[in-house]
Design a protein around this ligand. Structure first.
Ligand SMILES: [Fe+2]
Length: 321
C-alpha cells in the first residue's frame, strides 16, 4: 500500500481490481479484528473526513467492512458523520423511505438486472456520492457491480473514434415512456404519477421542465418524456482530467419503453451500442456483499448496477453531494 493509515487497516476483498494504478475498491477494516463500537467508527470518520474524501476520489470506491454496522439508524449516522448535503432521488426506480436520509435501493424485481448507470445522470442535480449499506446479503447473486467510467470512454475512442466524435458533437436525445398508474396492462415500474410525485398533468409538466425534460401525453394516459440534448462524456474537477462515460446510451437504446439517438435524430449504430455493452461488462468490478458492509461510490467516476439476486436481499442507500 502506498499510504499509511493508523485508524483503519487496509484490507482486501474478492473481485478487487487495480485500474490505472489504483485499487478499486479501497477496503478499510477496523484496526482491531473484534470491532463492535460504532461510536469510535463515527469519531474516526469525523476526524478523518478530508482524508476519506480524498481517498474516495482517488480510488473511486471505498468499502468499509467489519465494523458490524447493524441497521438503517447506524448507517444514517455514518452518512451524517461527513456532513455532506442530501440529494433527494428523482427517477423511475421504486424506493421506500426507511429512516432520515436512508432509502431502500431499487425495489424492482430481484430477478431483473438493473443496468449500469451514473445515479441520476440525466438530471441536472445528480449526487456526487452514492452510499450503500448491506443489511441482508443475498444468498446468491445480487452484486452491485461498478465500472470505472473513464475506461469505457478510453476504449470506445480506441475502437470507434469517429462514432464517438460524432456523438460528442451532436449530443444525445433520450425518450422514456411512463404508463399511467391506472394502466394495468404492464407490470413494469411506477406510473408517471409516482415518478413525478403528482397526479396533476400540468404540475407534472412543470416538474419535468424544471428537470430539463419535455413531455408528450399519449392517448393511453401515459406520457413520453424527452430529454435532450445531453452530452456523451463529461470531465469533472479533481478527477485527473478523465473523460467519464456520463450517459445512459446502452441502458436506454432500442428498448420497449426508452430510446437513445443523437440529438438531431440520427440513429446510433447498433454495433457501437453492442460493443459498448461488452466493454462495460469487461471493465466491471464486483464483490460478494457481506452483512454490515458500507460501500461509498464516487458517482462522477463510476457506473453501477444490480445483478439479479435470489431473495432475501436488503441493501439501503443514501445519495449525497
Ligand atoms: Fe443506482
Amino acid at each position: 500500500m502506498e499510504f499509511k493509515c493508523d485508524v483503519f487497516k487496509v484490507g482486501n476483498c474478492d473481485g478487487q481490481k487495480i485500474v490505472d494504478g489504483e485499487t478499486i475498491p479501497l477496503v478499510l477494516n477496523p484496526p482491531e479484528p473484534e470491532f463492535t463500537d460504532i461510536e469510535s467508527l463515527l469519531s474516526t470518520l469525523k476526524k478523518n473526513k478530508g482524508w476519506f474524501e480524498d481517498m474516495l476520489i482517488k480510488n473511486s470506491a471505498i468499502l468499509l467492512r467489519g465494523f458490524g454496522v447493524k441497521n438503517a439508524e447506524e448507517f444514517n449516522e455514518i452518512v451524517d458523520a461527513f456532513g455532506w448535503g442530501d440529494i433527494r432521488y428523482v427517477g423511475p426506480a421504486p424506493r421506500t423511505h426507511v429512516h432520515k436520509r436512508i432509502w431502500t435501493a431499487n425495489e424492482g424485481p430481484l430477478s431483473e438486472f438493473i443496468y449500469y448507470h451514473h445515479e441520476m445522470v440525466l438530471i441536472k442535480e445528480y449526487p456526487t456520492k452514492v452510499i450503500l449499506f448491506c443489511e441482508v446479503p443475498p444468498p446468491e447473486g445480487g452484486h452491485t457491480p461498478f465500472v470505472p467510467s473513464f475506461r469505457v470512454t478510453e476504449r470506445m475512442i480506441e475502437e470507434f473514434p469517429s462514432a464517438v466524435e460524432e456523438l460528442e458533437q451532436k449530443g444525445l436525445r433520450y425518450t422514456f415512456t411512463a404508463l399511467s398508474k391506472d394502466d394495468t396492462s404492464s407490470m413494469r415500474g411506477r406510473g408517471w404519477q409516482d415518478a413525478f410525485g403528482t397526479s396533476d398533468k400540468d404540475e407534472a409538466e412543470r416538474r419535468a421542465k424544471a428537470l430539463g425534460m419535455d413531455m408528450e401525453w399519449l392517448p393511453n394516459g401515459g406520457v413520453k418524456t424527452i430529454l435532450g440534448a445531453r452530452y456523451l462524456t463529461k470531465v469533472f474537477d479533481g478527477r485527473r482530467g478523465r473523460k467519464m462515460w456520463f450517459n445512459t446510451v446502452v441502458g436506454m437504446h432500442g428498448k420497449e419503453y426508452s430510446s437513445a439517438t443523437m440529438a438531431d435524430g440520427t440513429e446510433i449504430p447498433e454495433n457501437v451500442v453492442q460493443r459498448c455493452e461488452e466493454i462495460i461488462e469487461e471493465e466491471s468490478i464486483q464483490f460478494n456483499w457481506e452483512k454490515g458492509d458500507v460501500l461509498f461510490l464516487d458517482n462522477l467516476a463510476l457506473l453501477h448496477g444490480r445483478r439479479p439476486s435470489l431473495p432475501p436481499r436488503r441493501v439501503l442507500v443514501a445519495t449525497c453531494n
